[in-house]
Design a protein around this ligand. Structure first.
Ligand SMILES: Nc1ncnc2c1ncn2[C@@H]1O[C@H](COP(=O)(O)OP(=O)(O)OP(=O)(O)O)[C@@H](O)[C@H]1O
Length: 307
């Protein structure tokens, strides 16, 4: 086990930001740490990386107790905080040399580690550029290069794609997938599709508590709602829609000829609905499954637990 955290708590004054959170991370895993704003992700990551003391709980990194032997445990960790600790007035090489020296690397070993991190993060061509002059996407790559410089088995990335444009987001995600082959990666985000795009397992936190800890396909199951949005060019007949096998309710929505069609969770009536709309000549414009948001998944899961 590369990360093993047990029963973590963190209070800020009287506010409980993290409550009884346990987490494990194994080699070869990319764990998506997902939750709405304020859920306690950054607080948890700071505790796991040894930059914030838990109010209670235990953390082991590669079997080393982080609270008892912090220096040793942190050698096995690379961390990209939410706001990357970059020096804008240094060049990429100067900055990575500096970070490498902090990790105790010197001489040829330092150059080798730096050049390898640069190559893996697609920075080979920009070693001489000032960090302050790089685009946000490239600055984020420098932050990731800094995190993997000392070849740690565990890499922790806090919201690595925030503020990037769609092309940069794709590039950083592909970089994270590559990292996942050789490191165990813990990735925090509040974006559901990000987790689906890169992670093998997901942990959803809400108000400091774990709501779901499951393989990625289980998230897919939770996301699937039991309704479809149907949009037609001409008015459709709700009664006819409701007569389709598996449909148990049809609600007209505002704006144009839009309907939400509720159905049995295990039976998708989309093909039959499409056929009906075509047969009646209503003009099929859209037929889309409704996806749950993180908040709705959380409500769904806690409701199931209560039941
Ligand atoms: N230094 C602090 N002092 C007081 N309260 C804090 C402090 N840091 C965080 N909090 C509170 O703890 C809770 C969890 O915050 P945290 O930053 O861990 O959430 P998050 O999931 O990372 O959210 P975001 O996605 O917005 O970064 C929030 O209610 C936040 O207001």
């Amino acid at each position: 086990m590369l990360i093993e955290a047990r029963n973590l708590y963190r209070f800020y004054g009287n506010t409980c930001a993290v409550a009884d959170l346990s987490l494990t991370l194994e080699k070869g895993e990319i764990l998506g740490f997902l939750g709405p704003n304020g859920a306690g992700k950054s607080t948890t990551m700071q505790m796991l990386c040894g930059t914030l003391a838990p109010s209670a709980g235990e953390i082991r990194i590669n079997s080393i107790d982080l609270l008892e032997r912090p220096k040793e445990a942190k050698r096995h960790l690379g961390y990209l905080p939410e706001i990357p600790p970059l020096y804008r007035e240094l060049t990429v090489d100067e900055y990575l040399n500096y970070c490498g020296r902090l990790h105790g690397l010197r001489g040829a070993a330092l150059i080798r580690a730096r050049d390898e991190a640069k190559a893996r993060c697609g920075l080979a061509a920009v070693g001489g550029r000032l960090i302050g002059n790089l685009s946000k996407g490239y600055q984020q790559r420098v932050g990731i290069a800094q995190a993997i410089l000392h070849a740690p088995p565990v890499v922790v990335l806090d919201e690595p794609t925030v503020g990037l444009d769609p092309i940069q987001i794709r590039e950083i995600r592909s970089l994270i997938r590559d990292l996942g082959r050789e490191h165990a990666v813990l990735l925090s985000t509040h974006i559901l599709p990000e987790v689906q795009a890169v992670c093998s397992r997901v942990m959803i936190v809400h108000q400091g508590k774990v709501a779901l800890n499951a393989p990625i396909d289980e998230l897919e199951r939770h996301m699937r709602a039991s309704s479809l949005i149907l949009v037609t060019a001409d008015p459709a007949d709700p009664a006819a829609l409701q007569a389709v096998n598996g449909v148990h309710d049809v609600r007209p929505l505002e704006g144009g000829h839009r309907y939400e069609v509720f159905h049995d969770k295990d039976r998708n009536p989309a093909p039959a609905l499409a056929a009906l709309v075509v047969e009646k000549g209503w003009g099929l414009l859209e037929l889309t499954p409704v996806r749950h948001s993180i908040e709705e998944i959380f409500v769904d899961i806690t409701r199931q637990e209560a039941a």
